[in-house]
Design a protein around this ligand. Structure first.
Ligand code: IMP
Length: 181
């Protein structure tokens, strides 16, 4: 089976394609930006994205992710893209003090025939002191997953795909699809 992943983010597409290949699911990329509603929860953003992206007779996959910082009561969370565009990595690092805990969360949504399935994934970690590493995208250079010393930005894609919030959510989608066959 194959599905269409809708996103403007090439990094996300590569991760999703690699992970779903483990489940014999092919991924086509529709590079399109979807309306991101202002909502307090990733689930609501994903449901709205799916509403806009769904196509009759196609399996369509979307996802939305955020970096949640307990020291900032969860900010930037659903505003992660906006925070990165405005204050950048250095700005986010300046906002936190001694409590450097961080959690990435992803909600992935699949639609087909008017139905929607949502699956989530999380990755606990902490913020690095400064950005390090050229791999990945977004907050990868400042996120150190729990039990590791390197940032996602320093890890090879295969390593990030073992640990990441997106990997957990997408593997749950893969297992769901597998359970149908
Ligand atoms: P989006 O709204 O899901 O596209 O993501 C919100 C923000 O988090 C964007 O600035 C992304 O670049 C960033 N982001 C999403 N996923 C990841 C990731 O796996 N690593 C680092 N940053 C990410």
């Amino acid at each position: 089976m194959d599905l269409t992943f809708v996103s403007t983010n090439a990094g996300k597409f590569r991760e999703v394609r690699t992970i779903l290949a483990e489940y014999d699911v092919g991924v086509r990329w529709r590079r399109a930006s979807l309306p991101e509603i202002q909502a307090a929860r990733l689930d609501d953003v994903v449901r709205a994205k799916l509403g806009a992206a769904s196509r009759p007779g196609r399996y369509v996959l979307v996802e939305d992710s955020g970096l949640f910082l307990p020291a900032l009561r969860g900010f930037p969370g659903v505003y992660s893209a906006y925070a990165l565009q405005t204050i950048g990595l250095e700005g986010v690092l300046r906002l936190v003090g001694s409590d450097r805990r961080a959690r990435f969360q992803t909600v992935a949504g699949l639609s087909y025939g008017g139905r929607q399935w949502l699956r989530s994934g999380a990755c606990e970690g902490r913020l690095a002191k400064r950005p390090v590493g050229d791999h990945g995208f977004g907050y990868d250079p400042i996120f150190v997953p729990a039990g590791h010393r390197q940032t996602f930005g320093q890890m090879r894609p295969t390593e990030k795909n073992e640990l990441s919030h997106r990997a957990h959510a997408i593997r749950r989608i893969g297992r769901l699809i597998h359970s149908w066959s």
